[in-house]
Design a protein. Structure first.
Ligand SMILES: Cc1cc2nc3c(=O)[nH]c(=O)nc-3n(C[C@H](O)[C@H](O)[C@H](O)COP(=O)(O)OP(=O)(O)OC[C@H]3O[C@@H](n4cnc5c(N)ncnc54)[C@H](O)[C@@H]3O)c2cc1C
Length: 389
């Protein structure tokens, strides 16, 4: 692992000040380290910006640079429906999904309570899911113990929805969740980060090792990889696959609950309601397809007939970065023409849950950074003591 920069304590201090300096040495060392510390964040979707937010809060004197091909409103995160619900996460361990999604749920709640709902597009909203399969008792809602008001639907209510939608529902559940208009949240983060001095650089990374060698082969740089689907090519990671999602945004400010069924989904946000949608694994086509548009229209108007009259704002396509499991771990890569090992923290493969997990995952990125710094400071102290022998 790379060492963080050495601190120069050789200034001419009085004896008293020297004593004081000794007492507060580890604190000073930490602050000075952070003053020289640089985070190079790759990717400006919800994961890249959430990491930048948490790192800039924790290490206010560090330098943060975000490098990305696209920024909001042109990322996959901008296309997301903004619903809090774990979805399409492969074999990611349940306890991790639970931890990351709970942290994000609580964060949305805190932001909502603190009066940021309007600025960040966060809504606290009822959720209803209907299924034609019997899901009660299985692991479908393994996170249900920490959301507000979770309950499974009674037979009487299922009968009511069967009659209303003409579907053979076997089970259903409801709870209270959050939605967040992704573009509003991303733009709130961008404004906040700019005010904290974060640098935004537009660049397409063609070759990751070369990029790291040219930009991060100094001993004070930590790279955070939040490239989403871009990680497939840049890291030759075949476990990452695109899952195409086409959605329709409509103007329906009278819609105040999330409705999910096999026929489609209706997800209200502050500025629009998202109607969806497709889930096409391995499909990378970014053009809107008319047959998908028709399927979305029919499925959603079958759930709420009034949506037929809702003015269309846009039809959108995004490619979900699905993976066999979310990758959140540290790796040390050897920079070209250098003896330095560069720490790179990977945080990608969030499938259909980037909005749901981002804040929690950024918390684990923070913990990995802290480990790295603790280790390097211990290492420095060790070296100093050794040199005094
Ligand atoms: C239709 C649809 C609906 C969805 N609905 C929801 C939902 O309701 N709730 C939810 O939680 N999730 C939802 N998702 C999933 C969510 O959008 C993703 O999980 C999330 O966007 C992943 O975020 P990310 O930051 O990892 O990746 P991205 O948002 O894709 O960001 C990746 C960043 O890396 C940059 N990049 C990539 N390659 C390169 C390169 N070579 N050089 C430089 N920069 C590069 C990109 O420009 C971008 O800035 C939905 C997705 C779709 C498509």
């Amino acid at each position: 692992m790379n060492e963080m920069p050495e601190i120069d304590h050789s200034l001419a201090l009085t004896t008293v000040r020297r004593k004081r300096a000794r007492v507060s040495r580890s604190w000073k060392q930490t602050m000075n380290c952070f003053g020289d510390l640089k985070f190079l964040i790759l990717g400006a979707g919800i994961n890249g910006l959430s990491c930048a937010m948490r790192l800039s809060e924790q290490y206010p004197r560090s330098c943060i640079e975000i490098v990305s091909e696209h920024f909001s409103p042109n990322t996959t995160s901008d296309v997301a429906a903004g619903l809090w619900e774990p979805y399409l996460l492969g074999d990611t361990a349940q306890q991790l999904v639970k931890k990351w999604s709970r942290d994000t749920y609580q964060y949305f709640h805190e932001m909502w309570k603190a009066g940021y709902a309007d600025e960040c597009g966060i809504s606290l909203i009822p959720y209803l899911a209907l299924s034609s399969e019997n899901q009660s008792g299985d692991d479908e809602f393994f996170w249900k113990d920490f959301v507000f008001g979770f309950s499974e639907l009674s037979e009487t209510r299922l009968m009511q929805f069967r009659a209303e939608h003409g579907m053979r529902y076997c089970s259903g559940a409801e709870f209270v969740t959050f939605t967040c208009e992704p573009t509003k949240l991303l733009q709130f983060y961008t404004r906040t980060l700019r005010s904290r001095g974060t640098v935004f650089r537009q660049e397409t990374i063609g070759e990751l090792l070369r990029f790291i060698s040219e930009n991060a082969s100094f001993s004070n740089v930590i790279v955070i990889n939040c490239l989403g689907l871009g990680s497939r090519e840049l890291l030759n990671d075949d476990a990452v696959r695109s899952c195409r999602g086409q959605v329709r945004r409509v103007h329906a400010p009278w819609m105040f609950h999330v409705l999910i069924s096999a026929a489609g989904y209706v997800i209200p946000n502050t500025e629009s309601v998202t109607l969806g949608g497709t889930k096409q694994t391995g499909d990378c086509e970014l053009e809107v397809r008319s047959e998908d548009t028709l399927g979305i229209h029919d499925g959603c108007t079958g759930l709420t007939r009034a949506l037929d009259r809702a003015p269309v704002i846009a039809d959108l396509v995004g490619l979900r970065p699905t993976r066999t499991a979310v990758r959140l771990e540290i790796e040390h890569v050897q920079a070209e023409h250098s003896t330095n090992l560069v720490p790179i923290i990977h945080n990608y493969g969030h499938g259909g849950s980037g909005i749901t997990l981002a804040w929690g995952c950024a918390g684990d990125v923070l913990a990995l950074v802290q480990d790295l710094l603790d280790h390097s400071q211990l290492h420095q102290r060790y070296r100093r003591r050794k040199s005094k022998l």
